[in-house]
Design a binder for this molecule. Structure first.
Ligand code: HEM
Ligand code: HEM
Length: 181
């Protein structure tokens, strides 16, 4: 398989980035919901949020790589009617925007008290904005709302992919899985 995208297919880099981002987002959602319920004496009380924050920072790096890759490659054309193509373009823009806002709100919760984010002990992201009025609480509420919205959109996104595959029987899902027609 090719590394780069063409006007009608995704290459290995875009496919890997899509599925890595998808796995990270869904994993962070489940981990996030679980970790906020843990009691202080639970063995994962510290470790789970450490992992959540670290994976979140790595996700941010993947998202930047994705944007850079997208603008240096041809863009595979969406398959479907004009309405479907427009809906898909807006849906994808919205999902990208929500992911950036999630990372930003997560960063603001984590750095509210002036501490940076230690990423798996490899490097640290410094706190730049801290001590704002109720910063952790407000960013936390926003973060939770954004996470639920992104997951709701992801469900629609998956239903759309399945509709292309099962009803229209086109290449949309296959080409994101790297299956040659
Ligand atoms: C949280 C999880 C997910 C996110 C955030 C996400 C996000 C995106 C985005 C933003 C695009 C547009 C292409 C791009 O910008 O590079 C895309 C394309 C695509 N996604 Fe996902 N996705 C997720 C999960 C899934 C899942 C689980 C499936 C399959 C069932 C799927 C199937 C597809 C397909 C088939 C395309 C290609 C659409 C086309 O060619 O027009 N995605 N995804
Ligand atoms: C797409 C990426 C992400 C998703 C889907 C996600 C999802 C979640 C969810 C569902 C919660 C639980 C909210 C609640 O029920 O109160 C949560 C909490 C949290 N997230 Fe994320 N998160 C993401 C990225 C990040 C990032 C990048 C960071 C930090 C850099 C972060 C830091 C936190 C923190 C500190 C909490 C705990 C908030 C609290 O104690 O109320 N998250 N996240």
């Amino acid at each position: 398989m090719m590394w780069c995208d063409t006007y009608d297919s995704y290459g290995l880099i875009s496919i890997s980035l899509h599925w890595l981002v998808a796995a990270a987002v869904m994993g962070l959602f489940v981990l996030g919901l679980w970790m906020v319920e843990l009691g202080y004496y639970h063995p994962w009380y510290q470790r789970a949020p450490d992992i959540h924050r670290s994976v979140g920072v790595l996700l941010f790096a993947l998202m930047l790589a994705r944007v850079a890759w997208r603008y240096t490659n041809p863009r595979p054309e969406t398959i479907g009617s004009v309405t479907e193509r427009n809906a898909a373009a807006w849906m994808h823009r919205l999902m990208h925007a929500l992911m950036y806002l999630l990372v930003l709100s997560g960063y603001l919760i984590s750095t509210a008290d002036g501490r940076g984010i230690d990423v798996f002990g490899l490097f640290s992201v410094p706190a730049s904005v801290s001590g704002l009025h109720k910063q952790a609480d407000i960013a936390g509420e926003v973060h939770e709302l954004l996470a639920f919205t992104l997951i709701a959109l992801t469900i629609l996104h998956v239903l759309a992919a399945l509709k292309h595959h099962l009803v229209d029987r086109d290449q949309t899902l296959k080409r994101m899985l790297g299956i040659r027609h």
